[in-house]
Design a protein. Structure first.
Length: 366
């Protein structure tokens, strides 16, 4: 049996069993938000696995057993949903929710998610009592699914300059030079890369030479453009941070055409380099970008292309890098305040969330 933590401190088990291979956005959030240096002075114990079978065993059995062995310990699940046994341990099981697409968009899931993740997520929505969310938009969507008395608290991730873009000066579009648009994210149905391709095709059709550079591994789903990419599309696959920086140095703006996001971390990450961002209309993009980006409708590629063309041509486009960097500072200030509240929560419980703006649909401590 695990020894208890010293009085006033807690042992916190963090589920890292899903961390395999290259570290991308969700994995980076899990490491940054719940690492030992962030949760100090509590004792943080990352729980890892070497295979899918061991991951399932740890999530479903191993982590609940550790909580039963130490009645003051907590378990945080920052990637996969907690298993049913862990969920039934109430507020000692903390699920970090990136989005609700497991229930909202079943058509965009692969079979593994449908088989393993959806049942656990649905169970957590019914019986879970403690959730942390990466944005108010995610919190609002979660509140519509979870138990009325569950805690839904904001813990927005701080955005580090992971690609080393701080000293970057975004290139200025020049007459006759192709407008280079960057898109970052796993190639899967929810990202809606066909919409981005259609927008760039529309730019070219109106006499604006344009290129689309997609960074991200191939995930799931069928994608016709992979077998027959248009000439203006370059698929870079997964890029390490240094290689991504070199690509960002050449691009004029980042475009997102995602159909659903809980946050959209790359939008903020590239703003460290002042890269202008065009993203869909919608609450999460408005929350993340504020007034720093261009709102487009990916379902209307001709109109979106015209909006991008006009934006780039206006003198105000020169102010976009400063607005981008200011937006990152705004977001990180919110994230710092969330982290302070969460630290108080670990010490005093739900009373730390008495402030109404710190939770979603929550009146305060029970």
């Amino acid at each position: 049996m695990t020894a208890a933590s010293p009085p006033g401190l807690r042992r916190i088990y963090v589920d890292h069993t899903h961390l395999h291979g290259p570290v991308t956005g969700i994995e980076r959030v899990a490491i940054d938000l719940f690492g030992p240096e962030r949760l100090s002075p509590h004792a943080v114990v990352p729980v890892r696995s070497s295979s899918v079978a061991r991951m399932i065993l740890a999530q479903q059995i191993g982590l609940p057993l550790r909580l039963l062995g130490d009645r003051r310990a907590l378990a945080i699940f920052p990637g996969f949903p907690p298993g049913p046994i862990a969920t039934l341990l109430g507020t000692r099981c903390i699920a970090y929710i990136h989005d609700t697409f497991l229930l909202d968009r079943p058509q965009d899931l692969n079979w593994k998610s449908r088989l393993y993740m959806v049942p656990s997520f649905a169970f957590a929505m019914r019986f879970g009592r403690c959730f942390l969310v990466n944005s108010r938009t995610t919190g609002t969507a979660l509140r519509a699914l979870c138990a009325p008395d569950a805690l839904v608290a904001l813990l927005r991730p701080g955005v580090r300059d992971v690609f080393g873009l701080g000293d970057l000066t975004p290139p200025t579009p020049r007459p006759g030079e192709p407008l280079r648009l960057l898109a970052i994210g796993t190639i899967e149905p929810r990202k809606d890369y066909p919409a981005a391709i259609a927008i760039v095709a529309a730019l070219n059709a109106t006499g604006v030479p344009a290129e689309l550079h997609v960074v991200g591994r191939v995930g799931w789903g069928r994608h016709a453009f992979l077998s027959a990419p248009p000439p203006f599309l370059t698929l870079h696959g997964y890029l390490a941070d240094a290689a991504l920086r070199r690509l960002v140095e050449r691009c004029h703006l980042l475009i997102s055409t995602s159909k659903a996001e809980g946050l959209g971390l790359p939008l903020l990450e590239v703003q460290h380099g002042g890269l202008p961002v065009a993203a869909p209309h919608g609450p999460v993009f408005a929350e993340v970008l504020g007034a720093s980006g261009l709102s487009i409708d990916p379902a209307e590629p001709a109109r979106a292309a015209a909006a991008i063309r006009d934006w780039v041509a206006r003198s105000a486009f020169a102010a976009a890098p400063a607005a981008a960097r200011a937006n990152v500072e705004r977001w990180n200030a919110l994230a710092d305040a969330d982290a302070e509240r969460f630290a108080r929560f670990l010490a005093i419980g739900r009373a730390a969330y008495a402030e109404t703006d710190a939770t979603v649909g929550e009146a305060g401590p029970a």
